[in-house]
Design a protein around this ligand. Structure first.
Ligand code: GDP
Length: 294
């Protein structure tokens, strides 16, 4: 809840200021509209949320700001529920997760948090340092792996597809439960790099049929509508199966998840709400809406 403080502020302050009782008129709906747009919900989700609230208002009058918040909370939960599908890594062994995303989205941090979480659940984890462009990325993962007793497969300057291929084979041989494969940051407009990650995906499938089982796109929520465009572009290229929204603690743009729900309703597996190891939470639609409107 604390992690979403900034978005909550954007959404709740106007409600408290504007709706002091009495009736909800068009001017108030307009204010609500700009408030939702400010939180980066996007036009289409904003329209749907307001229609839902209008429906609730027509059925029963709302007496105060807290009831209006309740109506918005219900509308948001309804919109986001289809995205709340947790990641199940027990379907296959090894279960292979390939990460994708732009530079700085939070991939490396998410890998650390995710490995920590999976280990805490009693699963064995192997990390493949598929970002072979940046030595710092590899070193960061290796250092993290040493501290936490997670084996990291890495190769200086190697071919990323080969590094991950080896990691998957080694996981098969050792009976590891989950392989988490990092990839270098890339923009959807960098066509050669998009071809490269498609190749990585194909090569993983050669090491293990049906792998990667999860293509996890990591998105920086502070980029708002830009993240929505990334979802479309990466999904077109890779068929993304899950999303991680990072840095929700540092932004007022938490409504971006609503925009994604209307654009490409890909499950949000986790949200990142801080830099600590336990700041990665499974996405729960009701809890998220509650944190926004409370
Ligand atoms: P990568 O380039 O995609 O691997 O991104 P990194 O994992 O290196 O993350 C970039 C920066 O974002 C780092 O300073 C992280 O500490 C920070 N970061 C990642 N996730 C979160 C989050 O959920 N909240 C906050 N506040 N910072 C985060």
């Amino acid at each position: 809840k604390a992690g979403l403080a900034r978005t909550r502020e954007t959404l709740n302050t106007p409600i408290s200021e504007l709706f002091t009782g009495g009736k909800i008129d068009e001017a108030l709906y307009e204010e609500l509209e700009s408030m939702l747009l400010m939180a980066d919900c996007g036009v289409s989700a904003t329209t749907e949320l307001l229609e839902d609230v209008r429906g609730q208002v027509s059925r029963s009058s709302l007496k105060d700001a807290s009831e209006l918040r309740g109506a918005l909370r219900q509308a948001m939960t309804h919109l986001l529920t289809p995205l709340a599908k947790p990641l199940d890594t027990t379907r296959q062994q090894p279960f292979v997760i390939m990460l994708a995303g732009v530079n700085g989205a939070g991939k490396t941090t998410t890998i650390g948090k995710l490995a920590w979480k999976l280990q805490a659940e009693g699963k064995s984890v192997l990390i493949a340092a598929g970002d072979t462009f940046r030595a710092a990325a590899r070193e960061q993962l290796q250092a993290w792996g040493e501290r936490n007793n997670v084996h990291v497969v890495a190769q200086e300057g190697g071919d990323p597809a080969a590094v991950i291929f080896d990691a998957v084979n080694s996981a098969k041989a050792k009976g590891i439960d989950v392989v988490i494969a990092d990839t270098a940051g890339r923009l959807p407009t960098q066509l050669n790099l998009m071809e490269e990650i498609k190749k990585i995906q194909r090569v993983i499938g050669k090491a293990l049929p049906d792998a990667p089982h999860e293509v996890l796109l990591v998105l920086d929520s502070t980029t708002g509508q830009n993240a929505v465009m990334q979802v479309k572009a990466f999904d077109d290229a890779l068929k993304v199966t899950g999303l991680v929204l990072t840095k929700l603690d540092g932004t007022a743009k938490g409504g971006v998840i609503a925009a994604i729900a209307k654009t490409r309703p890909i499950p949000v597996r986790f949200i990142g709400v801080g830099e600590q190891i336990d700041d990665l939470q499974p996405f729960d639609a009701a809890e998220f809406s509650e944190a926004l409107f409370s």
